[in-house]
Design a protein around this ligand. Sequence first.
Ligand code: SF4
Length: 343
Amino acid sequence: MMTRDEACDLFRSPDLIGIGMAADAVRRTLHPEGVVSYIIDRNINYTNFCTEYCTFCAFYRPLGHEEGYILPKEVIFQKIQETLDLGGTGVLMQGGLHPDLKIEWYEDLMRSIKQRFRIHLHCFSSPEIVNIAEVSGLSLRDTIARLRDAGLDSIPGGGAEILDDAVRHRISRLKCSTQEWADVHLEAHRLGMRTTATMMFGCGETIEQRVAHLQLVREIQEETGGFTAFIPWTFQRENTSLGRTVKEEATAVEYLKTLAISRLYLDNIDNVQSSWVTQGLKTCQVGLRFGGNDVGSIMIEENVVYSAGAHHRAYEEELRRIIRDAGFVPRQRDTLYRTFFLN
Ligand code: SF4
């Protein structure tokens, strides 16, 4: 098992290809069948009102802002119907932190979706869950259990950014702490729910802070085994206040190196995602030889990412082509990374 010092040394090493080949070997051990998966799902941002003012975020609007919205249920239903019509299997629903939406609002939303549709609900990142618990006066465990009973199937890893409180204090001062992010995932796993882990890097953190993030994710996985996947992506500067101080976005080299080191460090997590949404198709494709075995969603409506300037779009055939050309078999999966019932 790789130590923190070894991971830091790799980050400082110029041997990009060597690191990639080592990660590819781990990928091959975990996925010897040579399949690269993707999902057809849709991101629904149910509200952009938010009280947290994260400096890297171009998506939120303060309470009362004229561009703020809370999606009516009918609009959410329509988006889900369109997702199912296009062969989708799930929705990733996330939003800002709204002080007036208590747990009953979320329970009602989950229940009314499940009454109408057979769809996997992958919703509410850690900061949202912490917020729902706070405004409802509930423990994290009770909050997650009630959401699960209302229809929540799994929890996305968003809101992790860099799991180091010094970094969080700088870029998302009001948002949940490192410990709170971890607690949501630990509680969810203990309740039998699966979650994903993410990392947004390139926001001015040190290599040591990035490795501390990987270490925490590895420790949680050792304890619970509840993470399905690790999804690293890069901070997108455009339209953000953090973009005025962090002048340079992470390069493709830095992305590929971080992806590969994630694959090496987190060998107890089955899936690592190579992201076309933030890196573009070509870097995503190379990422499949740097430890990635999944390319994420083909149908994205991710306002958090799009309003920060990542305009890459691809459709299923194009994505299948780049997977095949990298030497892999493309296969559709569901939110829990199961491929056996599709294709
Ligand atoms: S990243 Fe999330 S919590 Fe932070 S301001 Fe944006 S919507 Fe709010």
